[in-house]
Design a protein around this ligand. Structure first.
Ligand SMILES: Cc1cc2nc3c(=O)[nH]c(=O)nc-3n(C[C@H](O)[C@H](O)[C@H](O)COP(=O)(O)OP(=O)(O)OC[C@H]3O[C@@H](n4cnc5c(N)ncnc54)[C@H](O)[C@@H]3O)c2cc1C
Length: 578
């Protein structure tokens, strides 16, 4: 199976080669001596200054390299951090296979690696020298130490690594997911990869003959699709936990048995609790059923978070927070869905959906909220393939060039419209209210109204979803006149409010009328206990709630982060008593 359409960056590199052709296996290393460096258009491939080279030299080992020497292979974990001191290095995906493609070429002063080096995931490509030269090899653990100590160098590397991950996602490097667009499991696997910011390329069994050939050649039965190829391994319709383990995400089995504090949910509130808890010396275990970042991780740009005048993507905020929490020693388990929690001999026992359990003296419920589902006939059917509750880079890739409809008139719908307008052929917003200002901030209304391919339909509601195997159109009704119109739509984005994720808490803590967790003075006192409940503490001592899941919370990133920080002060006392 050949890549029929190499991305633009690859094509440019090919043009600079002696022969104007895509390299087959081994070709890159044979004749690429004069291969040009990948241009640094987005700040992903900076050259280190002499001062930085001197700092790093003290942590690693310089060594001469010959041509065609492999520095690390695709799938390899625990690679060193390499700085190129002389010569050039090519990064090749699928080396030695028919899918081989050049991802980039780097020369003197540039460094190798991407985010996975800091998060212990396997490499998505092989790094091979194309000229004799010299490299500096620094063990990954030493790199993490220097990132924590040297803010200028650390920030340069982290920023480059985050951008490189975004580039890999755009290129469709990394995993191959081969499955039908109509298969719920294909959608699940793609979403899991996307939410965890794992780069992948999807081959649709419905439209891509190469996908069909591949499945036949691999001897995979239709019932075993989707198949996922991870670092050369073929997985048949893997569950999320199996996929996470193959990629190298932190699965529960690698987490400690006992913790001081278990944080359920790794959205902004949980990540903040992890950073502050671990930095205070607590043994913190963070569980998330899906991915780090929570709702914030699904938005392309947060513009009102303090300190980021140009805005920051939710994915970047989440990655940075996770690296920071890990730096202080917090442990993560993803995917790890908390199914229930109980008290046992002064400790809390959180049982995961795979039946394993973790114990801690205190628990922080940071399980946030999930978007409400659309109440329209056939919504459940189309949810498998055409309805989305997030609008990030991943969803944009899935509906590139298509007409899309957004339901909702709040800030998240507005952000989605601004973002998707750059990827979709056209965006229609279906808004119940007669005026956008009811739920959307002024700055966003101004942006949305200025975009030529965003069409806003006020006072309207979705009535029907049309299509056979995938969504093709929606019927929209004017709430006042009752007039109906049919709009083409290949994807429907739904932002119609949220419901709290409290199922795992069952009857243990007190909830308000909408199902959010009561804390502080709001939570009823246990009669006769004389126990003084602190703010953010639920009706159970040592069980706290922060962020969107908490009754009365502000439902904002900054507020969730603030509560995550504040809860640690309060939890410290309970942990010491436990
Ligand atoms: C599209 C969109 C755009 C937004 N834009 C902005 C913005 O620009 N500015 C702003 O301030 N706010 C914005 N928000 C709101 C903001 O993202 C939320 O207020 C914030 O994410 C809440 O953080 P949280 O940690 O409390 O909960 P969440 O972000 O909801 O995270 C909760 C986490 O808990 C996990 N979880 C749930 N149940 C379980 C369980 N049983 N076991 C394990 N894990 C579990 C979930 O998988 C999730 O990762 C936006 C929200 C959305 C959806």
């Amino acid at each position: 199976m050949m890549w029929r359409q190499p991305p633009a960056a690859t094509l440019d590199l090919m043009r600079s080669r002696p022969r104007d052709e895509h390299p087959g296996p081994g070709v890159v290393s044979e004749s690429a001596v004069d291969i040009e460096e990948t241009p640094d258009l987005q700040g992903a491939y900076p050259r280190l200054a002499e001062a930085h080279l001197t700092t790093l030299a003290g942590l690693g080992r310089r060594r001469a390299v010959r041509s065609e020497e492999i520095l690390f292979r695709e799938g390899e974990r625990d690679c060193d951090f390499f700085v190129i001191l002389a010569g050039k290095v090519a990064l090749i995906e699928g080396r030695g296979t028919l899918e081989e493609r050049l991802i980039g070429v780097h020369g003197r002063g540039r460094f190798l690696g991407e985010l996975g080096l800091l998060t212990d995931e396997g490499s998505f490509y092989t790094a091979i020298t194309v000229q004799p030269g010299e490299v500096l090899a620094v063990p990954a653990e030493r790199l993490k130490e220097i990132i924590a100590r040297d803010s200028a160098l650390g920030d340069l590397i982290v920023r480059a690594y985050l951008t490189r991950r975004a580039i890999l996602i755009d290129l469709g490097a990394g995993l191959r997911i081969i499955g039908s667009r109509y298969s719920p499991d294909t959608r699940r696997v793609r979403e899991f990869a996307a939410r965890n910011r794992v780069p992948y390329r999807w081959l649709d069994l419905e439209t891509d003959p190469a996908a069909e050939t591949f499945v036949a050649q691999a001897g995979v039965a239709a019932g075993d699709t989707p198949i996922v190829i991870v670092h050369g391994r073929l997985l048949r319709n893997p569950g999320n936990a199996e996929l996470a383990a193959a990629i190298g995400l932190p699965v529960p089995a690698t987490s400690p048995a006992g913790s001081d504090l278990v944080v359920v949910g790794a959205g902004p509130a949980g990540l903040s609790a992890a950073v502050y808890g671990a930095s205070e010396g607590l043994r913190v275990l963070v569980l998330d059923g899906t991915a780090t970042g929570g709702q914030a991780g699904t938005t392309s740009r947060i513009e009102n978070y303090l300190g980021f005048p140009a805005g920051i993507s939710g994915a970047e905020l989440a990655e940075r927070a996770m690296l920071q929490a890990r730096k202080f020693g917090a442990q993560f388990a993803v995917p790890a869905e908390a199914g229930s929690v109980r008290r046992d001999d002064g400790q809390y026992v959180v049982t995961l959906d795979d039946g394993t359990s973790v114990t801690a003296g205190a628990v922080v419920a940071a399980s946030g909220a999930r978007y409400r589902r659309l109440q329209v006939p056939r919504a459940h059917y189309f949810e498998q393939m055409s309805i989305y509750y997030a609008a990030s880079q991943a969803e944009a890739l899935m509906c590139r060039g298509d007409p899309v409809v957004i339901v909702g008139g709040g800030n998240s719908a507005g952000q989605a419209a601004v973002f998707l307008s750059r990827h979709a052929s056209g965006v229609t917003m279906v808004v119940r209210e007669p005026d956008l200002s009811e739920y959307m901030s002024r700055y966003l209304i101004d942006q949305v109204e200025r975009i030529a391919n965003v069409h806003i339909m006020l006072g309207t509601e979705i009535r029907e979803l049309l299509g056979d195997r995938a969504l093709e159109a929606v019927t929209v009704e004017d709430r006042r006149s009752g007039a109906r119109r049919t709009l083409k739509a290949r994807a429907l984005f739904v932002f119609v409010g949220v419901s709290p994720c409290t199922g795992w808490l069952a009857d243990l803590v007190d909830l308000d009328g909408h199902g959010f967790v009561r804390t502080g003075h709001d939570a009823p006192s246990a009669p006769g206990t004389g126990w003084q409940r602190s703010a953010l503490e639920t009706s159970q001592p040592g069980m706290f709630a922060v962020g969107d899941v908490r009754s009365g919370s502000a439902k904002r990133v900054a507020a969730a982060v603030g509560e995550g920080a504040m809860v640690i002060r309060l939890a410290l006392d309970r942990v010491r008593q436990a």
